[in-house]
Design a protein around this ligand. Sequence first.
Ligand code: DGL
Length: 277
Amino acid sequence: MSIGIFDSGIGGLTVLKQITKTLPEYHYVYLGDNARAPYGDRSSEKVYECTKQGVEFLFTQDCALVILACNTASAVALRRLQQEWLPHAYPDRRILGIIIPTVETIVSLHTKRPKRIGVIGSRATILSNAYGKEIEKRAPALLSALFQKSCPLLVPFIEEGMQKSVPATMIAKHYLRPLKQKQVTLLVLGCTHYPLMKKKIQAIMGRNVIVIDPGIIVARSLKNYLERHERIRERLTMRDPSFTQIKFFTTDIAEKLQSTAARFWGKGVPIEKISLG
Ligand code: DGL
């Protein structure tokens, strides 16, 4: 069986890249729901339905476990899927998100040396206050040093491969200004698309701000999860780690995934178009 990676579009490729670096010995299936991205401006109900369809497709592709490599889906749909749907629909499969491992890392970094934390994400992620709620459970005192900002216009630029353009830079500066004014010392890229413009964001925030890419954290946390959950690990097919096997699917034209996939895995990666719903 495989590990499924789900995102609203191309952003989850940044997570998949980190996961395959850390765990090259497994099979992966990636699904980007590009036709319905961005999720960040949709209602919770719609994000839930789209995410459920995406996860179900990955289960039909023989995935034992699906990572929601999308902050919006993790913020809005994960808990409901885990509690209301999975136990009766697919009791032997698992769905994991991206926010909890990221928050655990922030809290442990803060414990070592106090931080002022900025989180940027889609409108739905920030409105859900998923980061705030998870931080509150672990370190309520940290809430007074948490500053969140939605950056909805960045995703369409990144989906179009225009993250280095002058307008994208101007928009990023506009969104990040209030966080600079709050003097944040750690910035979480709370949308999986943003690592594709991490250098730009780091340059705007300045060298002294730690910019966190949750993909790296999720990869580490998945490794740890598989070490602790033998029943899931044993169901995963293993292969020669020098050649990671990935199948790519999208709900839109393949070109949208192609250029980002080419950046990580070389040109000509086969991508299949499917329909959901
Ligand atoms: N990549 C997604 C996230 O992490 C979503 C952006 C969107 O579809 O709005 O939130």
